[in-house]
Structure formats: structure tokens, C-alpha cells
Ligand binder design. Structure first.
Ligand code: SAM
Length: 212
């Protein structure tokens, strides 16, 4: 096949991919990045694909953009929830994104140049955020695969998170599990859940925890 015909074919395929992405609300580049990271570290990544739009929107819905202060996202990955937070009205400059994976961090810095991207372990939250956080956070939104960690570690993360946020501010977490990743009756906090989001692959639920 002559070179010109090959280039035309390439362009046509590229156009069809973009149309498919637009129609389905996904970025295939992100899917590929995600699968690659998942193959390297399945337990840390905790999902084979980025969250879908409905799940991301449901998470963002629990954040009130009018409440002042930073909004912290734990485990943003390729940024579907970040995007939903921005669409909800949270300015990117208020976002503090804590991500373990260096490749995801590079992508997030390029995509959200005014956000603060911190490469580090979200389970050491107070240490990792020490230098970055001044006023109390308005909300913490987490995509961490919490259930892969012992309950003690999850509870410590939640208590650290509460200590960095304004009173009654939400800690928003999604899970594929059928039960809450934090015991609902844990002392000193309330828990509420969204409907199960069947349109996500796999289906997920959003939990919101607040300190009394
Ligand atoms: C299930 S994915 C969710 C990604 C994205 N929020 C989404 O909804 O598509 C979990 C993300 O948490 C990150 N992660 C896992 N353990 C982490 C840790 N200890 N500290 C910071 N990020 C972590 C992974 O690299 C991955 O990006």
C-alpha cells in the first residue's frame, strides 16, 4: 500500500477511536495506561479501568464547591474523579492530588498544571501533606482500594483525614465491595451510602463518612 494511503487509513482509524471515546465518555489512552499499571501492581491499583463518568459524578456530588479550603483527592489515577470535581465547580488550584504511581503523577501535572500533585503514600497522609496543607480541607475524596488494607490501616487513614478537615467535612470513598469499607457503626462518625451504581464496570457504591 502506498504511504499516502496508509496515512489516510491511520487518520481514519484515529478519527473513529476519538468518536468512540466521545460517544462512550472514555479516553482509551487512559484505559491503556491504567491496564498497564494494573498489570504491574494489581493490588495497589485495585481496578482494571478508570472509574466511569456516573461514578465520578456521584463522588463529586458530595463535595460542596462553595465550602472554602483545599479539596484533597487520594489515588486520582488518570483523573476521572478530578475531572468531575472541576466540572462540579471546584477550581483546579484548590485540588491537592495524592498519587503513588509516578506515571499517573506526570499525567496529572500535565493535565492540571494549577493543581498540587503530591507523589506519595496516602496512608501516611499527615506526613505526606505536612508541607502542602494550610487551611483545613473542605473535603477528601478517595479512590484508594481501601479493602486491600487491614482494617486498622483504614481506620488510621480515616482518623488522619478527619484531623485535616473542617468539622463535618465529608470523606468520600467508592468501593466495589458490597459492604462499607469502614464499619458503619465506628465510634464518633456517621456513614451514608449512594445507590449502587450499576452502570460502572464493575458496579460500585459511594460511601461518605463524617466526624460527629
Ligand atoms: C482504583 S484506582 C482509582 C483511580 C481513579 N480515582 C479512578 O477512579 O479511576 C486506585 C488509585 O489509587 C492509587 N493508589 C494506590 N495506593 C495508593 C497509596 N498508598 N497512595 C496513593 N495512591 C495510591 C493507585 O495508583 C490508583 O491510581
Amino acid at each position: 500500500m502506498p504511504l499516502q494511503a496508509l496515512q489516510l487509513l491511520e487518520k481514519k482509524i484515529e478519527r473513529q477511536i476519538r468518536q468512540f471515546e466521545q460517544k462512550n465518555g472514555i479516553r482509551l489512552d487512559d484505559e491503556v495506561r491504567f491496564i498497564r499499571s494494573w498489570m504491574e501492581k494489581p493490588l495497589a491499583i485495585g481496578a482494571v479501568t478508570p472509574s466511569g463518568k456516573v461514578l465520578a459524578r456521584t463522588m463529586a456530588r458530595y463535595v460542596d464547591p462553595e465550602v472554602p479550603g483545599p479539596v484533597i483527592e487520594l489515588g486520582p489515577g488518570t483523573g476521572p474523579v478530578t475531572e468531575a470535581l472541576i466540572t462540579r465547580g471546584v477550581s483546579p488550584s484548590r485540588l491537592v492530588l495524592v498519587e503513588f504511581d509516578p506515571a499517573f503523577c506526570r499525567l496529572l501535572r500535565a493535565r492540571y498544571p494549577t493543581a498540587t500533585v503530591v507523589q506519595g503514600d496516602a496512608y501516611s497522609l499527615r506526613r505526606v501533606l505536612g508541607d502542602f496543607l494550610r487551611p483545613p480541607a473542605a473535603a477528601i475524596v478517595s479512590g484508594l482500594p481501601l479493602v486491600t488494607k487491614p482494617l486498622r490501616t483504614r481506620m488510621r487513614l480515616l482518623h488522619d483525614a478527619f484531623s485535616l478537615m473542617a468539622p463535618r467535612a465529608p470523606f468520600v470513598q467508592f468501593t466495589y465491595a458490597v459492604i462499607s469499607p469502614i464499619p458503619k457503626a465506628a465510634n464518633g462518625m456517621s456513614a451514608e451510602a449512594s445507590e449502587r451504581i450499576w452502570m460502572n464496570v464493575p458496579p460500585a457504591r459511594v460511601w461518605v463518612y463524617r466526624k460527629h
